[in-house]
Design a protein. Structure first.
Length: 187
């Protein structure tokens, strides 16, 4: 099973991805973790990424896709994986589709966690307080949510056209959200 988890910051993607991992024994893949690992292991794509990272530039899509391809070719991804935080743009989604097509690994579901902005702000402020994150104040949180909306609207349409989006009500008790998620993806 190949899943992509989408939703604004604070929607519960991390919490719920762990539920999926526990239920169906597939990996959660974080692009940030993959970049750091590829750099530390000095893979071909990691070396390319290091150059951009050292100069303070964003790692280009083709390098990120290359690192994802390196990662999903590994044996522990044979039964599937969850992508969390990727893709973020239509260009990344198209490149991911091409890569998965070459590997004969189609996306099963793109899960979008739908949570009202007021609740997201409350969750993020609570998380910021628990983790003593002084950089996550109300202004920063609202900006992050605004950027997410602007960048992902067309991405949602991209996956809707392919009939892959599964909307999940991300409000309420995490166990209730987990049950809605499992029903939506058929596990």
């Amino acid at each position: 099973m190949i899943l992509i988890l989408m939703g604004p910051p604070g929607a519960g993607k991390g919490t719920q991805s762990q539920s999926i991992v526990d239920k169906v024994s597939i990996l959660q893949i974080s692009t940030g973790d993959m970049l750091r690992k590829a750099v530390s292991e000095e893979t071909e794509m990691g070396v390319k990424a290091q150059g951009f990272m050292d100069s303070g530039e964003l790692v280009p899509d083709e390098v990120v896709i290359g690192i994802i391809e390196e990662r999903i070719r590994e044996k522990d991804c044979e039964n599937g994986f969850i992508l969390d935080g990727f893709p973020r743009t239509n260009e990344q989604a198209e490149a991911l589709d091409e890569t998965l097509g070459r590997l004969n690994k189609p996306i099963d579901h793109v899960v979008y966690f739908d949570v009202p902005e007021k609740e997201l702000i409350m969750r993020l402020l609570e998380r910021s307080e628990k983790e003593s994150r002084t950089d996550d104040n109300l202004e920063v949180i609202k900006n992050r949510l605004d950027i997410f909306r602007k960048k992902t609207e067309s991405l949602i349409e991209f996956y809707q056209k392919r009939d892959l989006i599964r909307y999940i009500d991300g409000t309420g008790n995490p166990d209730d959200v987990k049950e809605r998620l499992f029903r939506a993806i058929g596990v």
